[in-house]
Design a protein around this ligand. Sequence first.
Ligand code: HMG
Ligand code: MG
Length: 305
Amino acid sequence: MIPERVTLVEVGPRDGLQNEAQLIPTAQKIELVQRLQAAGCREIEATSFVSPKWVPQMADNAAVMAGIARQPGVRWSVLTPNLQGLEAALAARVDEVVVFAAATEAFSRRNINCSIEESLERFAPVVQAAHAEGVKVRGAISCALGCPYQGTVSADEVERVVVGMKGIGVDHCGIADTIGTGTPRAAQAVMERALRHYSLAEVSGHFHDTYGQALANILACLELGIARFDASVAGLGGCPYAKGASGNVATEDVVFMLHGMGIATGIDLDALVDTAAFISGVLGRAPVARVSRARLARRGSGVPA
Ligand code: HMG
Ligand code: MG
């Protein structure tokens, strides 16, 4: 069942940077994205078209998209919580948009200021309008393995939202462990619910690494044949509406594991480590990614990295 090739969706510029308190200059965000595409990332979630009142860090979304020298073969996705966001995203010529719901009412209210049902009603015209322009729609379901407000989340609760997403025509189902409390068997159980409604090619995992479970969860998903995961360079990130949630699994750590297993990603690990060093320099701290820390520590030491 384990796939020979995995697609990684690089979410560092969005999920990573949205959580930074210090405003990062647009030019640095663009440089990050350019480096990611040069490193071989072929799916990049570059920014989000959300309300700047809610997430000020993403307010330069249009400028970021306009400033990227896009390489052929790279697909660009952005978050769009409503039609206003979608219209701006279409004007920025994106390939894919992401509508994001939650498995729990409490998180839905905190993150997008509406109930789960209202969010699906709001997404329906977004899906229609995106499809009319030939733009694919990915759905993300937050708190699929635990919620900072509700606590435990059942697979039934997640499946209800999967069904809702399918019902409004969302093309792809992303299962997100927002607070990183999921463990491998639980991750498989939730993925199996998603796979009742979406094909293997249209299910992906988005694992925050807060409790150090993300790589194990990815391995558990690989065992089910899932071949698409979100990851964040340098382990950047979190969600401003999930306090204490740390970054997504670091792309370097996932690439190292996959390449070690003989699974292709198309990503150049050294270039990715350089990119992690670059953005960590901008942020003034070391990368969270263990692989980058190890590689950077060994470089120039004479010890093979
Ligand atoms: P609201 O306040 O209920 O919406 O927010 P509203 O329609 O009343 O709009 C309020 C103001 O925002 C208005 O401006 C709108 O024009 C403006 P005003 O009239 O006051 O000047 N506005 C917008 N501006 C630009 N672009 C837009 C937009 N929409 C409204 N698209 C809303 C509802 C959904 C807009 C808000 O709650 C929001 O933007 N939430 C986004 C929160 C967010 O981005 N969270 C992080 C991303 S999700 C995540 O990280 C999870 C994920 O990684 C998976 C996982 O790990 O779980 C994906
Ligand atoms: Mg996230």
